[in-house]
Design a protein around this ligand. Structure first.
Ligand code: UD1
Length: 422
């Protein structure tokens, strides 16, 4: 298995291009299942998760062509042959469950495996099921699979989610586009990826209002047509690389970055002593003075501080002046990076969903292990700021969500290389 070798070597300077959002692409791709006509996505990220979604769509009979070195995904669901998302694919990636809403809406039935346990928590699907049942679906759990049907077709309804789940919002919105009548989804998630999905669905002929707020209204239509859509910038990749100059010093411009995507995160950086300014090309980030100061963080649904940047923020707090408290409120088991950071000399105590981090002057390089996608990149960031060499193993986690991580960080002067495993 490959590993990544990082050598701490001072400030980073230059520009980093930010890719299209993995999480947006993973919900935009299943949207192809809603229409017989082609859907083409541009600005797609080159990631193994996208390949997994491609394999899933192909297993349903969709045609998916990856063009322009993977930056364009051209899809057609004209001749689907199956409405079953198999465990063998779903177990690799939870976002596979996003085929449920579209398949059910277009065909009146779908069978989707439950994703099973996930390294960062239980991640059940009850909120997806409740929303689709409100639209008239009958859903039964049998042998690890959700068997969903809507014999008379889905019907619009008013439904309030108990929690603003991102995936459930996406599944319910996609399903409602082809339901009879009007659906009002209350307590909907407001993430930019949902706004991006709605913009694409609208190009396909869907009638939707209120995206980006907690009430989304969908007027069902008989059919959707083809479209071409550009995937929104990845705010998590953006936030991750914003931390490189914050943790190492120097000044980096993140190309394609927009403040509206990372408002709460940028506010925390500002409070910690890191300036973020919007330019015509992206976001420029640099420390205001020397060492950053400790700040407290609570993860929340958008527009709050994203859980997907908690591990990376913890890496920064490991070298901040003072003590910070990081509270994880979205996932119950998302501090697996903490013991790895401790191996690098960090001072962290974890109690339940709260981590208390007391900054040290300098971390020390060590062999560490990636445990999930965001944890893996937090260890790379920590390695950039550490004295000596850090080897991060199990980098297949990283390949799921960060394209060309070595090239991008090398481009701003970091000493980082990928070591091929046997
Ligand atoms: C999406 C993102 C993921 C991010 C997360 C939260 C994608 C592909 N993934 O995941 O990177 O970390 O949002 O911002 O977009 N829950 C339930 N029942 C459900 C659904 C969710 O209890 O039916 C719980 C989950 O266990 C979790 C919380 O709700 O604790 C948030 O999950 P959700 O917002 O659904 O996240 P995902 O869509 O899975």
């Amino acid at each position: 298995m490959d590993s990544i070798l990082v050598t701490g070597n001072g400030p980073v300077n230059g520009q980093i291009p930010i890719a299209g959002a993995k999480n947006a692409c993973l919900t935009l791709m299943p949207a192809t299942l809603l229409s017989e006509e082609p859907l083409t996505l541009t600005n797609a990220p080159r990631l193994s998760d996208i390949k997994t979604m491609t394999a899933l769509l192909q297993s349903l009979g969709a045609e998916v062509s990856s063009l322009q070195d993977g930056q364009v995904q051209a899809m057609s669901s004209h001749d689907l042959t199956s409405q079953t998302a198999d465990y063998e694919i779903v177990r690799k990636m939870r976002a596979s469950n996003l085929v449920l809403g579209p398949l059910l809406a277009r065909f009146g039935h779908a069978v989707v495996s439950l994703p099973g346990g996930c390294a960062i928590g239980a991640r059940p699907m009850d909120l997806h099921v409740e929303g689709l049942e409100a639209l008239g679906a009958e859903i039964e759990l049998k042998d690890g699979y959700l068997y969903a049907k809507a014999p008379g077709g889905l019907k619009g309804a008013v439904h309030e989610m108990r929690f603003a789940s991102v995936g459930a919002t996406e599944n319910i919105v996609m399903a409602a586009t082809l339901a009879k009548g009007t659906t009002v989804l209350k307590n909907a998630a407001r993430e930019p990826e949902i706004v991006d999905l709605v913009e694409c669905l609208r190009k396909m002929g869907a009638q939707i209002a209120g995206e980006g707020t907690s009430t989304i209204e969908i007027q069902g239509v008989d059919r959707l047509h083809g479209a071409t859509h550009q995937v929104v910038t990845d705010r998590i990749e953006l936030g991750t690389y914003m931390l490189a100059p914050a943790i190492c010093g120097g000044e980096v411009e993140l190309l394609g970055g927009r403040m509206r995507l990372v408002e709460s995160f940028a506010a925390k950086l500002d409070a910690a002593g890191v300036s973020v300014t919007e330019t015509d090309k992206g976001l420029k980030v640099a420390r205001k003075n020397g060492r950053v100061s400790a700040v407290d963080v609570v993860t929340e649904p958008f527009p709050g501080f994203p859980t997907d940047l908690q591990a990376q923020m913890m890496a920064l707090m490991c070298t901040a002046e003072g003590t910070s408290v990081l509270e994880e409120r979205i996932f119950e088991n998302r501090f697996m990076h903490a013991p790895e950071l401790v191996r690098m000399g960090a001072n962290i105590e974890v109690h339940g969903g709260t981590a208390t981090v007391t900054g040290v002057e300098r971390l020390k390089g060590a062999p560490v292990m990636a445990t999930d996608l965001r944890a893996s990149v937090s260890l790379i960031l920590a390695g950039l700021a550490a004295e000596g060499e850090t080897t991060v193993s199990r980098v297949y986690h990283l390949d799921r969500g960060y394209e060309h991580v070595v090239r991008k960080l090398e481009g701003v002067g970091a000493k980082i290389e990928r070591i091929k495993g046997q």
